[in-house]
Design a binder for this molecule. Sequence first.
Ligand code: ATP
Ligand code: MG
Length: 259
Amino acid sequence: MIQIQNLEVQAGEKDILKWVSLDFELWKNYCLLGKNGSGKSTLSSVLMGHPKYEVTGGAITISSPHPTPLPKGEGEAADLLEMEPDERSQSGIFLSFQNIPEIKGVKLSEYLRTIFNISEKGKNEEFKELSPFLFKRFVKKHLEELHIDEKFLDRDLNVWFSGGEKRKIEILQMKLIGPKYIILDEIDSGLDLDAFKTVATMLQSISSENNSIIIITHYFTILEYIDVDRVFVMKDGNIVKEGGKELADQISQEGFGEI
Ligand SMILES: Nc1ncnc2c1ncn2[C@@H]1O[C@H](COP(=O)(O)OP(=O)(O)OP(=O)(O)O)[C@@H](O)[C@H]1O
Ligand SMILES: [Mg+2]
């Protein structure tokens, strides 16, 4: 479980988050709603450890899931704010960026192979790293599933990829490393209808009781693919309302209104 308690965050002298408290439980899915500028991306960046943001108060802890099978007990809590972004990633947090960065000089195949090998090693120390040849063979079926041309493997990570292609590569990363907490920051914006369906269907197949999907969106179609258990509404850096799925349904029909 990720527990956020009274979180206060600043960036460039500006108070952005104020007294944010909420929990993300591993076997539930969540939706984070709010008008533009309400603090949703800030919260997700802070969870991932983005250096642009300064945490000025509060705490975030993560408790690792119990190693034995369900029922879903959770182990001791660790201080997330003390962890580097790579440690956060290895403890199971995955952020799908609102704006996906392009990285020149890093080949997609090498990037995917590296994260896959690190992730497998984290699960099992004995794991023998896949060679470039074996990895290419292994990753092929995932590429086909996502309708991504194999030629992409030789290109630089996200450089000149279209919005939809970048998104699919992110989904591929999720498939490869199996994160526990998947934060999707507006992954439904900028996708054509077919790409959206492919991405949403893949997410549906990734969603399980062993992970938690946290959806940030201004549209609601994605909620037809992924059931959410809890909905939080942010306003001016605060959580101002929470409820079940019906709260998202209400907002999708009526807007934020007086919230
Ligand atoms: N580095 C920064 N310096 C100053 N202000 C910032 C910084 N980063 C974000 N902000 C401000 O913090 C507020 C929250 O931004 P954030 O990106 O978290 O909103 P959001 O809820 O994700 O909005 P949207 O729905 O438009 O994506 C905004 O007013 C934004 O301008
Ligand atoms: Mg945002």
